[in-house]
Design a protein around this ligand. Structure first.
Ligand SMILES: [Zn+2]
Length: 102
């Protein structure tokens, strides 16, 4: 009984965190960094895209992550929201062109 209550509370906590649009680390960095740095951090995180073998793509930022002033690391294993499989998703940087920002 006690264990069940504890598990329920854990589940509620997890759901709450998933419902928030930004992760703790993103909020923390946005709060701490000066404006220009915060913008470049978010922009760069959005440029890094994970691609599943099924074709689904998702940016690091959308996943609640931050990738800034970094290079390398070609991917990670995670569950794809589209095909539902646990796959190796390759990470690549897709620069947002100046045209789309204008
Ligand atoms: Zn997939």
């Amino acid at each position: 009984m006690i264990l069940t209550n504890f598990q329920n509370r854990l589940r509620i906590g997890t759901l709450k965190r998933y419902n928030e649009s930004m992760s703790f680390i993103q909020k923390l960095l946005l709060a701490v960094l000066p404006g220009a740095s915060a913008k470049s951090m978010e922009a760069e995180s959005r440029e890094w895209i994970y691609t599943c073998p099924c074709g689904h793509t998702c940016s690091v930022w959308d996943l609640g992550g931050v990738r800034w002033k970094a290079a390398g690391t070609p991917g990670r294993v995670m569950k794809c929201p589209r095909c539902g499989k646990i796959t190796w998703q390759t990470l690549s940087r897709t620069p947002i062109s100046a045209d789309s920002l204008a």
